[in-house]
Design a protein around this ligand. Structure first.
Ligand SMILES: Cc1ncc(COP(=O)(O)O)c(C=O)c1O
Length: 388
């Protein structure tokens, strides 16, 4: 019997035809991200949600904050996880640091530097961009000179440029920024959990990351932190932060002792992040950084055996993300497609000006394993043998 909902109700549109229950293919994710998630993290996520103001959840939030401080090596009280991907946390740092008209110096040496410029402009900053070729890093001298010349309120820089595979040295930069009364904002999306970071020692004022790379968590939840100096600027603002959802002045009332409702937290992603960070702390930062370094070196020597070279000189090369030069005459996309079709392996292609010139190979968090390197090198050798 059909029940009439209301005399004038229209019939609903027909459902889509034959959508089967979800089956996700099994992939080895060796691109720039996401990376495969630690099975313990999947197990942690795979539980019923609880209320986002439940005392058990609130305790979990405290643990996440504590673990994030350890992971970043900071004592910043304002450290939490943004409900969104790395770009949301990136936007959060800019939205909270910038007041319209502030001069922001963005150091661009790859694709994500350009994203920082774009976002900073949207928050009304007077953006000055300085550039280095894709595959190089800035020297401290260049940055100090630019600070003196442009006198910015904020200097923004990417620690681990995922588009080029370069690790930007940061020692000394925080002190130079502080001497110019400038806040240092650092993107640690492809470094956190895989590359040494000492946020307080380096005097970094604002930083963000993501879940899906070195932390071995799922995408959608992203670490965020502000130093006391950055918080002081936030408290002096003449205008509220232009982005309500990412406003740290509101969010700190939810993450802090007041626990004022702000938004419905991504509860299952918080379980995942807590477990990912717990596993990281159990392994220990030193051991984790060494693992990433050793596995990357093992990979680089395997590449050399295949006659392949890296785009970045070894002293600046990221252990988490390697840009491998595509040999002359080889179609980069065709090789990536074959890795996926024949081996279920995902690798990344070149971004921006490195499009078609490099493959981007991520060995991050859970995926930083010798076995995965062997699988990839074996597959690459077989494919390159066919196409060259
Ligand atoms: C250096 C860097 N910054 C920011 C982002 C943006 O993160 P998401 O894609 O999680 O939004 C990425 C993504 O890969 C990145 O590599």
């Amino acid at each position: 019997m059909t029940i009439a909902l209301s005399p004038n109700a229209s019939a609903p549109l027909a459902p889509p035809a034959s959508i089967e229950p979800l089956v996700v293919p099994d992939r080895l994710l060796l691109g720039p991200g996401p990376s495969n998630v630690d099975p313990c993290v999947i197990a942690a996520m795979n539980q019923q949600p609880i209320g986002h103001l439940d005392t058990a959840y609130l305790a979990m939030m405290d643990e996440v904050q504590e673990l994030l401080r350890y992971t970043w090596q900071t004592t910043n009280p304002l450290t939490y996880a943004v409900a969104g991907t790395g770009s949301a946390a990136m936007e959060a740092t800019l939205a909270n640091a910038i007041e319209p008209g502030d001069r922001v110096l963005v150091c661009v040496k790859g694709y994500f530097g350009h994203r920082l410029v774009d976002m900073a402009q949207r928050y009304g900053a007077d953006v000055v961009a300085i550039n280095r070729p894709w595959g190089e890093a800035f020297s401290l001298e260049e940055l100090t000179t630019a600070l003196a010349e442009h006198r910015p309120a904020v200097l923004a820089i990417v620690h681990a440029e995922t588009s080029t595979g370069v690790c930007q040295p940061l020692e000394g930069l925080g002190a130079a920024c502080a001497a110019h009364d400038c806040l240092l904002l650092v993107d640690t999306v492809t470094s956190l959990g895989g590359v040494p970071i000492f946020l307080d020692e380096w005097q970094v004022d604002l930083a963000y990351s993501c879940g899906q790379k070195g932390l071995s968590c799922a995408p959608g939840i992203s670490p965020f932190t502000m130093s006391d100096r950055a918080v002081a600027k936030l408290e002096r603002r003449r205008q509220p932060v232009a982005n309500w959802y990412l406003d740290a002045a509101l969010l700190r009332k939810y993450w802090g002792p007041e626990r004022v409702y702000h938004h419905t937290a991504p509860v299952n992603l918080t379980y995942a992040l807590r477990e990912a960070l717990r596993l990281l702390a159990e392994e220990g930062l030193d051991a984790r950084w060494q693992r990433h370094r050793q596995i990357a070196e093992y990979f680089w020597s395997g590449l050399a055996d295949l006659g392949l070279s890296c785009h970045v000189e070894e002293s600046l090369r990221l252990p988490t993300l390697t840009t491998v030069r595509v040999p002359d005459g080889v179609d980069a996309k065709a090789v990536s497609r074959q890795l996926m079709a024949d081996y279920n392996i995902e690798v990344g292609g070149g971004l921006g000006e490195l499009g078609g010139r490099v493959w981007r190979i991520g060995l991050m968090g859970y995926n930083s394993q010798r076995e995965h390197v062997d699988t990839l090198l074996h597959a690459l050798a077989a494919i390159l043998h066919q196409v060259t």
